[in-house]
Structures are given as structure tokens and as C-alpha cells.
Design a protein around this ligand. Sequence first.
Ligand SMILES: *Cc1c(COP(=O)(O)O)cnc(C)c1O
Length: 371
Amino acid sequence: MNLICTETQAKYPINDIRWKSDTDALLDIEFYPIIDLDKIKQRPFNMWRYLESFPLNSFENLVSFQEGFTPLLKEVIAQKEVYLKVDYFFPTSSYKDRGTTLMMTHIKNLGITDIVQDSSGNAGASVACYSSRGKVSCDIFVPESTPQAKINQILLYDGKVHQVQGTRQDTAEKAYQKAHKSYYASHVWNPFFIQGTKTFAYEICEQMAWDAPDTIILPVGSGSLLLGTYLGFKELKDNHIISKIPKIIGIQSEICSPLYQMFEQNLTEIPKIANQPTLAEGIAIAKPLRARQILEYIQNTNGKLLTVSEEEIKESFLMMAKKGFLIETTSSATIAGLIKYINYFAENDEVIVSTLTGNGLKSMTKIGKIL
Ligand SMILES: *Cc1c(COP(=O)(O)O)cnc(C)c1O
């Protein structure tokens, strides 16, 4: 196991206290787990049952709520039967806890006491929650437009909130500066986060009797769910547990779609995106740092990206509410993308999985405006 620089391929010991390489580039983890289904089946039904797939040096003191193993529901959407993984069933009501529980356990293993994170809300709430559970001090940077409910959630967990004027990007830059004197528990920079979101793939596979679906439809902003999902399926394939990696379809908001534009126009640089509000605030990332990796993984699966309009996000939000799902509008953007995919691309017998990433209770003010 090593940390490996995504630019120079320089390697560092896995337990180095670092979140970027010596050349200021992103780190990945070089790690090829051996998966033993018999061992997994003996453990409790939570995401920690996939122990062998986590690159940690100790499992003695988990910073955990025994989270995960969320329901995989069969639902009819746009007249097609699909599966929805209900990932708002987590301690802080978003899938971010998958990455945070793993990253925070690593942080405790290393003896780190102070961390920094930036977020439009959910990642901040998640890191603040697990920081208080692990007794680590955390500074959370959020854009000034962040809903008060999400800020309150961070404050309740004793997170130190710093509201930053300007764009989501300005917030990320403030946190990046601060992280040089601390440790960056970023869901984008920190490679341990993505090791936790891999469990999304493991759980789907196990819930489908150790088989993989044909297609996975996911929201994508910075890619922390998408990248982990790809890695998880890849590890299962490398272990000969499944025979194919599902096609991955990434959903973006029309208003903020840098990855979609790069994919469609074969761009190598991230295009400039005008800063405008979208209902899909959780995926409004103008400068996705791991863009190259995200596009490479999508391409490897023969997948693609789709965009959805504000009107489509609103319609699918209301449609899901009528089925009893109170989700974030970021998550209803995924459903709008799922509907588009079904209407224009899906085969009759294609097995499709999508997900509900965040709970709508945190955005009731915004939801009031839709009503
Ligand atoms: C963070 C988040 C996403 C997108 O995750 P990325 O890592 O930015 O791709 C999607 N939905 C919700 C509810 C989120 O909180």
C-alpha cells in the first residue's frame, strides 16, 4: 500500500501525514485488495463488513455508527423498473458518511487532532459529525449561500464554521490555504474518502446476489461518489466476483456542467463556467479537481454524461415526493437524469441502478419556494 502522486507517480508511505504530493498534485492510493466473500458474509450488515478493501493500518478504533448497507429499492420510474439505492439513510443524511467514516478512522489512526474541510453543506456536516465522534477539532469553510439548516447542523456538532463570500471555488481556495497548517479532510483531495465510497459498489453487488447491474446513474460534481463507485466495481471485477464494470452515467446541472462539456467536446482543460445558482447545489462544482480521472473512468465503462434543466429538477423533485421520497433537489437532478436516460438511451432489459444521495429535510426553505 502506498500513496501515489497522480502527476509524477512518486510514491509515499501510506501512513505519511500528507494530503497532496511534493509537487502539489492529487494523491491516489496504490492498493489491490483480496476479497474473500466467506469472511464478508460472517460480519454485521454495515459498510465495515468489506474490511479487506480498506487500506487502513488498524481497525481497532473505528469512528463509525455501523453505517451503510442502505436499502436498494425496486421502483418504477418513467415506466421502467429500476433500482434506487437510498443513500440518504446515513447518520448525517447523505452518502458522504461513507467516505467520512473511513477517512476519519484513518485520521485517528495517524493521531491527527486538527482538520479542515470545505463544502456546500453535506460534506461539511458529515466531517463535523464524525469529528465530534472521534474528538478531532474541525474548521469547516462554506459558501455564504449555504442553507442555514446545514450550517446549524455543522455548528451543533461543534464544527467551527467559516462563511466565505463569493463562489464555491472561493470557499475551496480559503480551505486549501488553511489546510497547509492543518490536515485537509477534503472529499476531493483526500484519497481515503474515495476508499469509503467504494462501499456503494460493494453493497449494490451484494444486494444483487454478487452480480453487477448494466448501468449506474449518479450525480457528479467533484466525483467523490462516482470515483469510489468505479473503483469498487473494478476491485470486484479484478477479484473475479463480477464479470463486468457497469456503464457509468454522470448527471450534471445544465447551469454548471464542466464535465459534460469536456466529455462532449473532447476538452483537456476545464471550461470557464459562469457562476449562477442551480437547484442542484450539491453538484454545482465549476472546477472539479479530479476531472481527468472522472472522464477516464466514465470512458472506461463506455458511459457518458447528461445534463438536466432547472425545470426537470423541479418536476422530478415533485414526482419523487408523491412517491414518498423527500430528497434534496441535488438528488432530484439525478432522477431527472435517470428519466432522460430511460427515455433516450435505455434498452428494454437493461438493469439500471440509481441513487438518492441527500435528504430534503435540510433544504425545506428552498423546497418552500418550489411549492
Ligand atoms: C456531495 C453530493 C453529491 C455529489 O458528490 P460529488 O463528490 O461532488 O460528485 C451529490 N448529492 C449530494 C446530496 C451531495 O451531498
